[in-house]
Design a protein around this ligand. Sequence first.
Ligand code: ASP
Length: 360
Amino acid sequence: MAKKISRRNFFNQSFGFGAGALFFNKLPVFKASPSGRTPMMIVAHTNETGKKASETGWKILADGGSALDAVEKTANIIELDAEGMSVGYGGLPNEDGVVQLDASIMDGKTYSAGSVACIENIKTPCSVARVVMERTDHVMLVGKDALEFAKTWGFEENNLLTEKARKIWVQWRERVSDRDDWGPPEHLKKKKNEEAGSNNDFDFDRPAGTTNVLAIDKNGDIAGVTTTSGLAFKIPGRVGDSPIIGAGLYVDNEIGAAAATGRGEDVIKSCASYYMVMRMKEDRTPQQACDDAVNMIAAKYKAINSDFLPGETFRAINKKGECGCARMRSDQKAVMSLINEGGYQLYEGKLHFYRERRRR
Ligand code: ASP
């Protein structure tokens, strides 16, 4: 007989959150902002791949390489990790089972940016975004034309849907509704529900995950990348915040850089990354700028009297090499990788407990 699992357990098992937590426990964690040092880099991912990626980027920075090269090569490692299910190759697909990726890159030194949205079949979308930035007069290319552009520049086409991601998608497709024709035939439908171990309400948080990479090099130049497979099982064609300059990523060489993960719809509406950089321009620390972004979005939802609270995490660095991180909900830690001359550490930012407060 099939083992019963709840939907939440199903997703926890499928996405391997447990493994990440184990890794997290082994490392020293900064509770407060370490004094600024440059060069430096922050990476949203904190698992083994995030650490490996951070160390790769750090080598580039320590050798005197550019922040732009460092953020791209760091993000590539996370994009190419088949086990990571929220970025690049191996990412969870849209509701039709197709992996569509969003990515952006911004170079503070040259005040230039590039991005791709809804691109299929390319494992390293942030590198395509870099070519858009450096070899065209545009900022953003989308969909099939972005793929054609990538092929023109020699990027290899690949199927991005791994077996692991495909199985999760099929299971999601079968369980998402009992009012369609997916799953066992009608006379066995009861069995389908029992196997799912749940009733009809599909109560998990939509799995997502994106990475942000922000860096300052030895010359003091700043660059950033945000790259993602976006919200799992999204409507085909949906574009999140990650490829939108000012939303999922923003860099200003005189001030700092900021980036976001989480529910892209809110990050787009609030232009959150641009907002954070502008807060830093007004002498807010990176941590305060991230907190300000959380508070701004929470205030909007409070004003419309909604119980809904999105789950964004914001990250920022300033010109001095200080950093910050804040998350709006307490369901995950506000943490990121930080690497500088002091070595690799986890930086723990601030969790804003709006959800709990509202319940009281
Ligand atoms: N921000 C991404 C998006 O909305 C998803 C995520 O970061 O989890 O596409």
